[in-house]
Design a protein around this ligand. Structure first.
Ligand SMILES: *[C@@H]1O[C@H](CO)[C@@H](O)[C@H](O)[C@H]1NC(C)=O
Ligand SMILES: *[C@@H]1O[C@H](CO)[C@@H](O)[C@H](O)[C@H]1NC(C)=O
Ligand SMILES: *[C@@H]1O[C@H](CO)[C@@H](O)[C@H](O)[C@H]1NC(C)=O
Length: 396
């Protein structure tokens, strides 16, 4: 039987800060919604025979002053021209023309302990800003959530609902964790028993080989403790799967009737494990649909190598435990070449089927964040990256 991947890529952690009941998401690769407006370009299975065509404006077409997309309804075709006015982007509208609009004001983001500040107004919980860095609670201080503790610490709360104390994050190979954030930044908690337990050990991410046992496997059959990122149960025990790749040379073309299946892992006996993902329309002229890629395919392999470089670098120790995958913190402490490479592999892995054969004018209108990330990477970090503010405009 196959497992569905839902088109989102791993190392995705969610923590709920009880104080303001806000859900904060941290991830190392990001989710597709960072790059796409789900309402407009839902990566759902193809349900009709044909994809739209996406091409550049031709010289015969006349666009209004602020127009960036002309939609030809009869032909289901989009023609695009990049927005050339500074600080504007194309407000993409489904099945219609689109115009350039001003970029939104960037969100005010409160920084976490370890991140930069001018005053405590810039820090989460109005924490003090010392030497331009937000400070959290010190070791031994009373805490209700790991968010409040300083860099290098987690909030150990042995009794649910009661305050615990900030303590040093648990080393690789040591036990007593309940979630990943209890462990040092390069490791996750291999949960065998829910809650703080001596049977739960901190294990380096991506370190468990295929067909070795892993504590928990999430609803998407994923575990970042596995080298292969995927896991499956067999006779009541969870095991990491083989590193699974596409069965044909990528990019793999597909249509509504051809599912996108990874190679199969026969270890799981009667029920071989296989990743099943959706065929999606590419943003190309020829209306070609493509399959997403799998952890064993080359862009994902490069991404994992770059992630592992971050996870094993000393720089990661400058980030707060819950910010271990946050690009904002990576950018602050890592060298720019490595940071842009990580951002690029992350975006490319996620957008792979969408951006195959896409013309630059299409990337500049429909995927401006990806376009800028790619440019920063190709320019070897010389051009500064535009972080998500622009596509956020689509989502709002
Ligand atoms: C973007 O376009 C949509 C659909 O035409 C429209 O409803 C929305 O108001 C536009 N957004 C802005 C910020 O102008
Ligand atoms: C519990 O921890 C929070 C910070 O997380 C702190 O503000 C509060 O004073 C603590 N409560 C007690 C009773 O120590
Ligand atoms: C998938 O991986 C296997 C094992 O490394 C390799 O032999 C095979 O050629 C790969 N398949 C494709 C389509 O790249």
């Amino acid at each position: 039987m196959a497992s569905s991947c839902l088109f989102f890529i791993s190392l995705f952690l969610i923590i709920s800060a009880q104080e303001d009941s806000e859900i904060i998401e941290y991830d190392s690769i990001g989710t597709l919604s960072q790059y796409l407006n789900f309402d407009q370009f839902s990566p759902s299975p193809l349900n009709d025979a044909s994809c739209p065509s996406y091409a550049c404006k031709t010289s015969k077409m006349t666009f209004d002053k602020n127009q960036c997309v002309y939609y030809d309804a009869a032909d289901n075709a989009y023609y695009a021209k990049k927005c050339s006015t500074k600080d504007t982007h194309c407000n993409i509208t489904l099945n219609a023309n689109s115009v350039c609009i001003p970029d939104p004001e960037p969100d005010i983001i409160l920084n976490y302990p370890g991140e930069s500040c001018k005053s405590s107004d810039n820090c989460f919980n109005s924490f003090p800003c010392v030497n331009k860095v937000c400070q959290g609670l010190s070791q031994g201080e009373s805490c209700s959530n790991t968010i409040f503790c300083d860099v290098g610490l987690y909030c150990n709360t042995p009794t649910a609902g009661q305050n615990g104390t900030c303590q040093a994050q648990i080393d690789i190979g040591k036990s007593g964790c309940s979630v990943d954030f209890d462990c040092v930044n390069g490791a996750g908690c291999n949960v065998l028993t829910p809650g703080y337990s001596t049977s739960n050990e901190c294990i380096a991410y991506h370190s468990i080989p295929p067909h070795q046992a892993v504590g928990t496997c999430d609803v998407h059959s994923m575990s970042e403790l596995c080298q292969s990122e995927y896991c499956e149960s067999l006779k009541g025990v969870n095991y990491c799967t083989n590193l699974l790749n596409s069965t044909q040379k990528i990019p793999v073309k597909c249509n509504a009737n051809t599912p996108c299946l990874s190679a199969a892992d026969d270890f799981f006996e009667a029920d071989p494990f296989q990743i099943n993902d959706n065929c999606v329309c590419g943003f190309n002229k020829d209306r070609t649909a493509y399959c997403p890629i799998f952890p064993g395919d080359s862009p994902r392999v490069k991404l994992r190598i770059q992630q592992d470089k971050w996870l094993s670098s000393t720089k990661i120790n400058s980030c707060h435990t819950i910010r271990r995958f946050a690009p904002e913190c990576q950018k602050l402490y890592w060298n720019s070449d490595d940071f842009y490479a990580l951002e690029y592999y992350r975006a490319y892995s996620m957008l792979f089927p969408f951006v195959q054969d896409a013309q630059d004018c299409i990337l500049q209108t429909f995927f401006i964040d990806y376009y800028n990330t790619k440019k920063s990477y190709n320019d070897d970090g010389a051009v500064s990256i535009v972080i998500s503010a622009i596509l956020l405009g689509f989502i709002i």
